[in-house]
Unconditional design. Structure first.
Length: 210
């Protein structure tokens, strides 16, 4: 599996150290064990790597261009996209927000095992998050139109939203439903995945980015 991870990182264009690669592999191994017991994700093996690890990391090149120090991952679930990205952004502080106690236990275990010192875990509903962040990201999080205001409320006035989405037609429908007109949808390449994927970037102060 190590060679497969290396292939993916090179396709995305992520520079990595041996320590970072080892941490990514260790997270994969730990998740694979917990997934068999708890059924967090409906994928395993290479499918798990492609649909969750590579999909999360495909946002790296765009996030690298953004100005932020703190970022919240809302509805992180088993740690996506937050944990893989935190490994390659060691100087940024990631707060993983998750309402499931079982998943929070898993995340805390990973934070301890792999010395994820730039990761904070918050067991909370989105609506109960009190802190404000430079950036807020989410992936497969509930109904966007319904929760857009709550998501936007925890972003700094000069911050941005960074959301993982699928097909462009669906993105446009979601944005219209949420009353959003100014946004940037960037197509991303997820290694070994044929499905259409985008990152939607929305600046809090209504300025289109990039």
């Amino acid at each position: 599996m190590k060679d497969f991870f290396i292939q993916g990182l090179e396709i995305i264009g992520i520079p990595y150290s041996d320590a970072q690669l080892d941490k990514l592999l260790a997270f994969y191994e730990e998740l694979s064990v917990w997934n068999k017991k708890a059924g967090f994700l409906k994928a395993e093996g290479r499918s798990l790597v492609v649909k969750h690890f590579f999909d999360s990391l495909a946002g790296y090149p765009l996030l690298l261009k953004m100005n932020f120090n703190t970022i919240a991952d809302i509805g992180t679930g088993a740690g996506f996209p937050g944990i893989p990205l935190s490994i390659f952004f060691p100087d940024k502080l990631f707060t993983l927000v998750e309402r499931s106690g079982k998943k929070v236990s898993f995340l805390n275990n990973c934070k301890f095992l792999f010395s994820l010192d730039n990761v904070l875990i918050e067991e909370s509903e989105l609506e109960d998050v009190k802190n404000v962040f430079d950036a807020v990201m989410f992936r497969a999080f509930r109904n966007f139109a319904e929760y857009y205001k709550a998501i936007s409320n925890i972003a700094d006035p000069k911050g941005f939203l960074f959301s993982y989405k699928g097909r462009s037609a669906e993105i446009e429908a979601e944005m219209r439903a949420a009353g959003i007109t100014l946004f940037k949808a960037e197509k991303i390449t997820v290694p070994f995945l044929e499905e259409e994927r985008h990152i939607v970037i929305k600046k809090k102060e209504n300025i289109i980015l990039i």
